[in-house]
Ligand binder design. Structure first.
Ligand code: OOG
Ligand code: MG
Length: 256
């Protein structure tokens, strides 16, 4: 237990101070339960600093992401209020280690979701859907990690930006998604890349957090996972995402 708390401090401090660290798995033999315990303890440290958990994110839900990261299991992490960036605002590049961005779909829940649910049940609990950009930032050197490493590091959660909320009855099965840097197309994808349908990712989210004794709460935001590979950010970029029928979102990258 003491070791897990120590490792939680290591990943939390790395995130808080934007300092890269070696992979935990280099020096510790961690299982998945231990990795999620480290994640939970690291989030408790954020809560002690006044942050609030407002949702969760799914990760590695598309083949493009799995192939890019070399990790082939679906993972999840927690989102706090401090991670949210307002639509169109600037982020400070220096507050990250080596940030990347990826196009996603976000759900807002009107009802809790607990344990095993079908995709239809999951979608029935949705209040609204929005286009989303997730800024991920692994705290590990060279953005390289094993499965337990990335889970312990809150699945690289760092920041996220949401566009306007849409009514939940839009067919999400195959929406075109285009991510641009300074107007240049970087990634083109489809919502179908996210486990075949983003709603399937939401149902999986409910099942996965149940293993940790949690449920998805009413009012929570759930990010379904990147539909394409992520791209590295650099200062002075303007990033935008257009999702067919859902609208757009974006942010800029500043310094300091
Ligand atoms: C892990 C997080 C993956 C996604 O949407 O697939 C993720 C990483 O790639 O660093 O957020
Ligand atoms: Mg993501």
């Amino acid at each position: 237990m003491k070791l897990l708390a120590e490792l939680a401090r290591t990943v939390d401090e790395a995130a808080r101070t934007a300092t890269e660290i070696p992979q935990l798995a280099d020096s510790h033999d961690l299982g998945l339960d231990e990795a999620y315990a480290i994640q939970a303890l690291s989030i408790r440290r954020r809560q002690e600093r006044g942050e609030r958990v407002i949702g969760m994110k799914m990760g590695l839900t598309s083949r493009a992401k799995m192939n890019q990261m070399g990790v082939h299991d679906v993972i999840w992490g927690r989102l706090t209020d401090a991670m949210r960036v307002e639509d169109g605002e600037a982020i400070c590049f220096d507050r990250y280690v080596h940030p990347r961005v990826e196009p996603e779909i976000a759900f807002l829940l009107k009802r809790p979701l607990e344990g095993l649910v079908t995709m239809a049940e999951a979608l029935n609990a949705v209040e609204a859907v929005a286009p989303a950009l997730e800024i991920i930032d692994s705290r590990y050197k060279n953005f390289k990690f094993s499965l337990p490493d990335v889970i312990a590091d809150n699945s690289s959660s760092s920041s996220f930006v949401l566009g306007a909320w849409n009514r939940p009855d839009i067919d999400l099965s195959n929406l075109g998604m285009v991510m641009r840097f300074n107007g240049k197309v970087m990634q083109v994808g489809s919502s179908a890349a996210i486990l075949g349908h983003p709603g399937r990712s939401l149902a999986a989210a409910s099942r996965l957090v149940a293993a940790g004794g949690l449920r998805l709460e009413a009012g929570w935001i759930v990010l379904a996972g990147g539909a394409t590979a992520a791209d590295a950010l650099s200062p002075s970029l303007s990033v935008s995402l257009d999702v067919q029928h859902l609208g757009a979102t974006g942010f800029t990258v500043g310094r300091g």
